[in-house]
Design a protein around this ligand. Structure first.
Ligand code: ZN
Ligand code: ZN
Length: 374
């Protein structure tokens, strides 16, 4: 199945601001949230799609890559749950950068090519609470040890690597192209200057063996979706003695059943009974640090937003604590008994006698309808 356009999924224009994207996301995330659509596969798929589009388009690097290369620019195989993806676009340019910057060789100098190891990415899923309060965990990441069998040479025990005849051990060859003399990585030995006639069986000639190691990760309080923590030197090892790459732990925050996060602010829906909305009164509101009491004023309408200052998330970069926005949803009572229905009919008669003053929104709406037909 063809992947849909991220902008189309969120229903925003190509030049939409980050704010517009966030707004569109929040609306759709609320609509398709799995908690609000239990056992609805279609809603679940939609929710995933919306989340992916949001994550891509709010990450400036990914958005740029997507705008330039489409879905291919933001390889979906690298996203999702746990797991690794090495490199990304940089890999394709490894040779070019290697030839220009590699190894710090002088002009016309010899010696094998030195490459820095690839960076690795680890996708770590955490909860909103863990992100807000900070979290320590351990992750299993690949590591490379020197091969015991060949002691790192890559050659079968009893044999030796031999000097590459194509480049005479320089790791690079010169090619004449018009006026220019171009130095290139030797195609035969790939820059190492050596050829292994009989590779070590244990490591396949690589000289090292992949294992796993456990790393401790400290996630600072306030971290947000898509942020990355760098662990220097824990990526893939370099080639020919080059430095290791880095490991990036990328944070993915799981959808929360109650809160949607937007920067350092939190949003939640707050259903209240229509009697409470009409009469006003105290309600309990959940926050990340427990429930708080809150007084709803008389005549509260659905859609009204209350802002609880300082009840959001303390941002890891901003150091500022966001607010909690509670969006009121007035609930229509269901499964009424005959008696309750009678009471409501009586109530309805009594408010009709009072006229439009009891229904400010209907009054405004009726006026608009009248203007429309005139
Ligand atoms: Zn070996
Ligand atoms: Zn060579």
């Amino acid at each position: 199945m063809a992947k849909r356009d991220f902008y189309e999924i969120l229903g925003v224009a190509k030049n939409a601001s980050e704010d517009d994207i966030k707004k569109a996301y929040r609306k759709l995330a609320m609509k398709y949230h799995p908690d609000r659509n239990p056992d609805n596969k279609e809603a679940e798929e939609k929710f995933k799609e919306v989340k992916e589009a949001y994550e891509m388009l709010t990450n400036p690097e990914k958005r740029e890559a997507y705008d330039r290369y489409g879905h291919a620019g933001v390889d979906p195989n690298m996203g999702g749950g746990g797991g690794f993806g090495a490199g990304g676009f940089g890999d394709a340019f490894g040779d070019i950068f290697g030839d220009i910057f590699g190894g710090g060789r002088g002009r016309g100098g010899g010696g094998p090519q030195v490459y820095r190891g690839a960076d690795l990415r680890y996708n770590l899923e955490i909860t909103l609470e863990q992100a807000a309060h900070g979290y320590e965990t351990t992750i299993r990441v690949p590591s490379w040890d020197k091969c015991d069998t060949c002691h790192g040479s890559g050659a079968k025990p009893g044999t030796q690597p031999v000097t590459c005849t194509t480049c005479s051990g320089h790791g690079q060859v010169r090619m004449q192209q018009g006026f220019f003399s171009i130095q290139q990585t030797c195609p035969k030995c790939h820059g190492s200057g050596k050829i292994i006639p009989e590779p070590c069986a244990a490591c396949g000639g690589a000289g090292r063996i992949k294992r796993n190691k456990t790393l401790e990760v400290k996630i600072p309080a306030g971290i947000d979706n898509g942020m990355r923590i760098r662990s220097t030197g824990n990526g893939e090892p370099g080639t020919n003695g080059g430095p290791s790459g880095d490991l990036y732990v990328e944070i993915h925050i799981k959808p929360h059943p109650v809160f949607q996060r937007e920067g350092d602010d939190l949003h939640c829906e707050m259903p209240i009974s229509f009697a409470k909305a009409a009469l006003g009164g105290e309600i309990e509101v959940p926050t990340l640090t427990g429930k708080v009491s809150f007084t709803v004023p008389e005549g509260t309408q659905t859609g009204k937003t209350f802002r609880l200052k300082g009840k959001g998330v303390k941002g890891v970069r901003s150091g500022y604590t966001g607010d909690l926005f509670c969006h009121v949803v007035v609930e229509t009572p269901v499964k009424l008994t005959d008696k309750q229905k009678d009471l409501l009919r009586e109530f309805e008669r009594s408010t009709s006698e009072g006229g439009a003053k009891h229904s400010p929104q209907s009054k405004g709406w009726m006026d608009k309808v009248k203007d429309f037909f005139e």
